[in-house]
Design a protein around this ligand. Structure first.
Ligand code: C2E
Ligand code: MG
Ligand code: MG
Ligand code: MG
Length: 284
């Protein structure tokens, strides 16, 4: 960080040195505080799982939810993953945190499914480190068992980047996960790699179209073409397809018209605390 400060100062010129070094110092302190707090956070139960509804686009009905972690920081308030997940990965704390989320989200899916008297699917994000952890299968198995969730309700989301430095190993892990009776989705699809030839070798059930393509879907012909292609390909490969980050009616209309199965996004709801999700989707 010291080097970084010098580097920025050099580029910015002398007059800006103070400004940049102060900003960097603040940023560095912020990071150090977060990193130090992370371990305590696991002990003090400062993490919370939020849930974002996943909607069937044709019927507009709820089909499930994605579990998204939040950190209720005692001083800084509610933090989103972008602010701390990389620290959790660097320190290895992502493993116990991830195991906890699995268990909590599975439990929640079971409770809500029973309350509604129909199956809700829960999607849970796996980090690269979790995906590569030799204890992964055991950890998932334990979460399934202890939560008592009906296995068909559980889907794990992995990103393309988790899969590509050792493809054969990754495919084996994916098969081992599938053998547990749960399904797999590729998250942020379209942002990671270009070789589609692997897609047919992956034992996955779902593609999630990255939000960056959905964003300008209604105004950018290229994004529209990409999204249409992903949907058409999913159809052919018999995969379910979920659009992420739907914010406008125009986006929704286009996705519906192209027969995109499911969607998530602020147009429907932001990620919600469990209590809020329950009030809006389970009790009403
Ligand atoms: P993701 O899995 O692709 O999750 C979707 C992200 O998009 C979430 O951000 C969600 O809040 C946000 N989002 C949903 N709808 C909209 C929308 O309409 N507009 C916009 N602008 N954003 C929308 P979030 O919760 O901040 O999570 C960010 C990423 O952090 C996730 O991306 C996922 O990669 C990771 N993450 C979240 N929870 C977990 C977790 O429990 N474990 C692990 N390993 N990673 C997690
Ligand atoms: Mg996800
Ligand atoms: Mg995503
Ligand atoms: Mg992501």
């Amino acid at each position: 960080f010291a080097d970084l400060a010098l580097y920025s100062a050099k580029n910015a010129g002398r007059n800006n040195f103070k400004f940049f070094s102060q900003a960097l110092q603040d940023q560095t302190n912020h990071y150090i505080e977060l990193q130090a707090g992370l371990k305590k956070a696991t002990q003090n139960h400062e993490f919370e799982v939020y849930y974002q509804p996943k909607i069937c686009l044709q019927t507009q009905s709820l089909v499930g939810m994605e579990a998204l972690i939040r950190w209720n920081h005692p001083v800084k308030g509610v933090l989103t993953p972008i602010e701390f997940i990389s620290f959790a990965e660097q320190t290895g704390l992502i493993l116990p945190i991830g195991a906890w989320i699995l268990q909590a989200a599975c439990r929640q899916a079971e409770i809500w499914s029973q309350a509604l008297n129909r199956s809700l699917e829960v999607a849970i994000n796996l980090s690269t480190q979790q995906f590569k952890d030799e204890k992964l299968i055991k950890v998932i198995q334990q979460a399934l068992q202890e939560s008592g969730v009906h296995k068909a309700r559980v889907e794990l989301e992995i990103t393309e980047t988790s899969l590509f430095d050792n493809i054969e190993q990754a495919i084996q892990t994916m098969h081992a996960i599938r053998e547990l009776g749960i399904t797999l989705a590729i998250d942020d699809f379209g942002t990671g790699f270009s070789s589609l030839s692997y897609l047919k070798r992956f034992p996955i059930s779902t593609l999630k179209i990255d939000r960056s393509f959905v964003k300008d879907l209604a105004v950018d012909e290229d994004d529209k073409a990409i999204v249409e292609s992903i949907i058409a390909m999913s159809e052919k490969l018999k995969l379910k397809v979920v659009a992420e980050g739907i914010e406008t009616q125009a986006q929704l209309d286009l996705l519906k018209e192209r027969n995109c199965h499911y969607g998530q996004g602020y147009l429907f709801a932001k990620p919600l605390r469990a209590e809020e999700f329950e009030r809006l989707y389970i009790q009403s």
